[in-house]
Structure formats: C-alpha cells, structure tokens
Design a protein around this ligand. Structure first.
Ligand code: 6SG
Length: 209
C-alpha cells in the first residue's frame, strides 16, 4: 500500500538516493512526482519551494524541504535515530560528516568533472579513512549503536556513487567494503537496488558519474 509519503524531485538519484533506500529498507511505499527541466524552468513549482529547490517531501499534510531534514524526520518516525539522546547526537554528527563528503562529490561532478576528477579520486582515501575508522571501532556494522540509522543510509548511498566513480576505491578499506556488502544484501534494499525504478535513474542531473 502506498503510504503517506510523496517525493517530488528530478529524474535522478541525487539527493533522494539515501532517503529512497531508507524508505525501501523500512518497508515503506511512496509516491514519486517527477519534475522535468522545462517544467522546473517555468518557475511555478520553484516559487512554492521554501528554498527554491527540490527535493520536496510530503508526509500527509507535512511538507518538508532539505534532504537531510527529510532523513532526520524519517529517522524519528522509523526508529532509525539511535537508541537515546547520546546516540542521536552521534547519528547527527555522522550525517553531517556524510554531508561534507557529499558536497565535495557534488562540486566535483557539477563544476570540475573534466579537470578535477583524477585529483578527487587520488584524494578520496583522506575522506574514506574517517568513516572506515568509525566503522572499525564500532564493530556492529553500523556507524552508531547496533542498528541502522539514517546516517548509514546516507553513507551507503554516497559510497555506491563512489564505486561507480572508481570501482576500486574501497579496496583498502575493509570495514567500508563489508558495510556496503551487508547493506546491499539486506533483502528490501537488494530488491530496491535491483528494481527498474532505481536502475533507470542516473546518479546526477548532468549525466556525469
Ligand atoms: C538540485 O541542490 O538533481 N536541489 C537541486 N536544483 C534546481 O533551481 N540542500 C538542499 C537539499 O539537501 C540541496 C537541494 C539541491 O535538499 S539537486 C535543485 O533544486 C534549482 O536550484 C542535484 C540535481 N541537479 C539536477 C539539476 C537541477 C536543475 C539543473 C540540474 C533536472 C536535471 C536537469 C534539469 C532538471 Fe536539473
């Protein structure tokens, strides 16, 4: 059954990859409203968006913008925000770390792909080693505590993008490699990643990956 959720976004994985994977893993169904470029350029929808950007997320009457706020909302609703206040703070910290990493990735993809891709890949271990260390220390297979949080889905989505960019980038990071393997093997995530709905979407809006 389609739940109360609607995602309005461009036909890309982009800033909705993590939250779609999270919804799938939580056994939720949702409606997609796909916005194409000519439609967006008319400006009518943009003028109704709080920050003039997508994604837009609806949970019944609640309308949210900002992909990380959406992840946090789903974390609260679906018990994926740590077991107590301290764990929630750590989950926030890890999600903010993923956001810093994602911003570097997005900058390279949209602004510096042709000139900066090789340097970016060379510098990748300096970002990956931080997440490797956290996973190696926690030992549960998750960034915080002993169950999945929205920060895990966010990191997982971004690592999948990086494996497309550089298929060997996790080879010297055993904890990250095992994290990706375990997340990919969760039955509901596997079914979603294998679906046409997921596979047909490009990672980014400019066709670079
Ligand atoms: C773009 O940046 O897809 N939103 C984007 N772009 C359109 O007019 N901090 C928030 C958040 O976390 C960032 C939002 C994000 O939610 S995402 C947006 O709204 C604007 O600003 C990346 C993405 N890019 C694809 C894109 C959008 C416009 C030009 C390129 C879709 C593809 C081509 C045309 C329409 Fe296209």
């Amino acid at each position: 059954m389609v739940g109360p959720y609607t995602i309005t976004y461009f036909a890309v994985r982009g800033r909705c990859g993590a939250l779609r994977i999270m919804l799938a893993d939580q056994g939720q169904e949702w409606k997609e409203v796909v916005v194409d470029f000519p439609e967006w350029m008319k400006g009518t929808l943009k003028s109704t968006c709080v920050f003039g950007q997508l994604p837009k997320f609806q949970d019944g009457d609640l309308v949210l913008f900002q992909s990380n706020a959406i992840l946090r909302h789903l974390g609260r609703k679906h018990d994926a925000y740590g077991k107590d206040g301290d764990e929630a703070a750590l989950v926030d910290m890890m999600c903010d770390g993923v956001e810093d990493f994602r911003l570097k990735y997005v900058k390279m993809i949209y602004q510096e792909y042709d000139t900066g891709k090789d340097t970016y890949i060379k510098d990748l271990p300096n970002h990956l080693d931080k997440f490797e260390a956290v996973l190696a220390k926690n030992k549960t297979g998750f960034l915080v505590g002993n169950k999945s949080s929205f920060a895990d889905y966010n990191l997982f989505d971004l690592l999948l993008n990086h494996l497309v960019l550089s298929s060997t980038c996790l080879d010297s990071f055993p904890s990250l490699k095992s994290f990706v393997e375990k997340m990919s093997a969760r039955p509901k995530i596997k079914a979603f990643l294998d679906s046409e709905a997921y596979k047909k979407l490009p990672i980014n809006g400019n066709g670079k990956q």
